[in-house]
Design a protein around this ligand. Structure first.
Ligand code: NAP
Length: 245
């Protein structure tokens, strides 16, 4: 993976930052996409450069297809190529489906599912031409099993699984592998908002009895991005302490 270039959407913080650092430790140059976290993105870029590889921060709202085109154009200024795309950017707007507004449904599906598709479509063009590539998208255990209060989020994450399998079939013969990682309950800003009782109940339901770390996810993404994973495509790998057994 040394000398390859990876784009990590939402790479400034949380799971995305751990993925960016994990790939940088393997020798990849990193394009950190962010939407609003410009300061965190620059701090992550600094940590990445200290590992002896290149880093570039690019602002783009992945829910906008023009922004995704611009993200790839700017990414190409780093090394002229992109071998790895990690679709990590994601949001939640939880609530019962009965009361869910059009805006909350649209925002989550636009960011999580459309954003993943827009970036995959840009990567498709480059990877088809290069006859090589790795695309890894962050889905979720709730995309596999559903969750009360997360109809919008679950639908967006289930949609990512469909995209992954369909595009994996389109590109398999071109040495482009496309997989998804389904985290369980990971300690980040996204889960920090939960109240303590809900958190305790969630941890009790995990067979390993602990929340996952951002590194648990980053390690799996780095493996799927590697040469060792070249015979794995169209798969959803759950990294959830056994939650979905
Ligand atoms: P987080 O800490 O809330 O970070 C979300 C990231 O997504 C931020 O870097 C944010 O960037 C970026 N983002 C959001 N909207 C964006 C947009 N429109 N354009 C570009 N970037 C955007 O979340 P996390 O916990 O690290 O989650 C990362 C991924 O893992 C998500 O896809 C999430 O659904 C998935 N996941 C997380 C868990 C968990 O337990 N934490 C479980 C299952 C799946 P800005 O701050 O710049 O907006």
């Amino acid at each position: 993976m040394k000398g390859q270039t990876a784009i990590v959407t939402g790479g400034a913080k949380g799971i995305g930052k751990a993925i960016a650092l994990g790939l940088a430790k393997k020798g990849c140059n990193i394009v950190i996409n962010y939407n609003s976290s410009s300061v965190a993105a620059e701090e992550t870029a600094k940590e990445i450069r200290e590992l002896g590889v290149e880093a570039l921060c690019v602002q783009a709202n992945v829910s906008n297809s023009e922004d995704c085109k611009k993200l790839f154009e700017e990414a190409l200024t780093l090394t002229g190529k992109v071998e790895i795309l990690v679709n990590n950017a994601g949001i939640t707007r939880d609530g019962l489906a009965l009361r869910m507004s059009d805006e909350d449904f649209d925002a989550v599906v636009k960011t999580n599912l459309y954003g993943t598709f827009y970036c995959m479509r840009e990567a498709y063009k480059l990877m088809l031409k290069a006859k090589y590539g790795r695309i890894i998208s962050l889905t979720s255990v709730v995309g596999l099993h559903g969750n009360a209060g997360q109809a919008n989020y679950s639908a967006s994450k289930a949609g990512i699984i469909g995209l992954t399998k369909s595009m994996a079939k389109e590109l398999a013969a071109k040495k482009v592998t496309i997989n998804a990682v389904a985290p369980g309950f990971i300690d980040t800003d996204m889960t920090a908002a939960m109240n303590e009782n809900a958190k305790t109940a969630a941890i009790a339901s995990i067979p390993t009895k602990r929340m996952g770390s951002v590194e648990d996810i980053a390690n799996t993404v780095a493996f799927l991005a590697s040469e060792e994973a070249s015979y794995i495509t169209g798969q959803v790998i759950s990294v959830d302490g056994g939650m979905s057994m």
